[in-house]
Design a protein around this ligand. Structure first.
Ligand code: SF4
Length: 355
């Protein structure tokens, strides 16, 4: 069985029989009030049950990288069992990533993360959302005290890491109009709380609109075309410490591409949506990505067998659209990593971009 890296490289040359990355919104419940996302307003009903997710995991046992997102994924009381279902079936599962807004009870959440770590997945990565210094973050997220909860979560993850070397975590900073030009002030705000914080402890994304995921089309939150955002990202690239390894290198390429994307609004390379990855929502609808509002099937209607959707005409049409340059612009961490791994020639081009 090929590992994650080998499968990603293989995707340069052939159409994979299965996706290796699953982006799965396990719930749209969220207790946040973010200005750049309307998920919190949905109050969803009829989401996939644990038994249905288990059936999906059993019939599609080939994922190497899974993102369990939300909403707030830790609002699902069965998140440990969901992770277990994928781990038990996808034997080559190498990395499980989960974001958190830190608004659940911290000790309850740490307890669940600990149980997930004990499943034996080689890398479990948590992204702690943080979009500003104390006042700014709480304003963007609409919840007083959220900044302090995020600091508490980060500190507790550090303690947990002493016992679990398979735990990795970063702050996830989303650049939007409301925090434009405020990244380094945010970094200083965090440094007051966590004096040894490093620039490498931050992962950056650009705020996006997406009708099928964020349920927003208000593009006034976006910083695409912003020289200021591009400058901040380039400054961050200079300040980051050099780290050896494939994942830090891919993160560097991602950031270089993000600076290009921020400035030009253009995607640095074509995506691998419906080749390497897909987006599954909490009702079982399958989309090419979180940014591409085209339902290509529903796993319940396909008897939970993704191959029926993967080989269908709608999925083929998506691949054709990508080949012909007709995909929506997308450069998010959900999509970009597998784009980088699966486009080595474009990877080198972005890597050699001079700033
Ligand atoms: S960005 Fe995340 S935390 Fe904020 S409303 Fe959307 S799902 Fe909730």
């Amino acid at each position: 069985m090929l590992g994650l890296g080998a499968t990603g490289l293989k995707s340069n040359f052939v159409t994979l029989r299965h996706p290796y990355k699953l982006n799965f919104a396990i719930t749209y419940w969220c207790q946040s009030r973010c200005v750049h996302c309307n998920i919190w307003q949905i109050r969803p009903k009829g989401e996939l049950t644990l038994d249905e997710i288990r059936e999906f995991a059993r019939k599609n046992a080939y994922f190497k990288w899974i993102e369990l997102t939300g909403g707030e994924p830790f609002l699902r009381g069965d998140i440990v069992e969901i992770a277990r279902a994928f781990k038990e079936n996808s034997k080559g599962l190498y990395i499980l990533t989960m974001p958190t807004n830190s608004l659940c009870n911290t000790e309850m959440e740490i307890g669940k993360i600990k149980q997930i770590l004990e499943l034996g997945i080689p890398r479990v990565a948590i992204t702690v959302s943080l979009d500003g210094y104390r006042e700014l973050h709480d304003r963007i997220r609409g919840v007083p005290g959220n900044f302090d909860k995020a600091m508490q979560m980060f500190r507790r993850l550090r303690e947990l890491r002493k016992s679990y070397p398979n735990l990795f975590f970063v702050f996830g900073y989303t650049m939007i109009k409301q925090n434009e030009g405020q990244f380094f002030r945010t970094f200083e705000g965090v440094k007051k709380e966590i004096p040894d914080i490093r620039y490498n402890d931050f992962h950056i994304n650009l705020g996006q609109t997406s009708e099928n995921y964020y349920h927003t089309s208000d593009s006034s939150i976006k910083v695409n075309g912003s020289e200021l955002a591009a400058v901040e990202i380039r400054e961050l690239l200079k300040k980051r410490e050099f780290e050896i390894g494939v994942i830090p290198k891919i993160e560097e390429i991602f950031l270089r591409g993000l600076a290009q994307y921020a400035k030009s609004g253009k995607q640095p390379m074509r995506s691998r949506s419906m080749e390497a990855s897909l987006f599954l929502d909490s009702w079982g609808n399958v989309y090419p990505s979180i940014m591409w509002n085209k339902v290509v099937g529903n796993i319940k209607e396909a008897d939970f067998d993704l191959s029926r959707i993967w080989e269908g005409e709608d999925a083929k049409e998506v691949r054709k659209a990508i080949r012909e340059g007709r995909e929506p612009v997308q450069w998010t961490s959900c999509e970009a990593y597998q784009s980088i791994i699966g486009n080595v020639a474009a990877f080198v081009k972005v890597r050699n971009t001079i700033y």
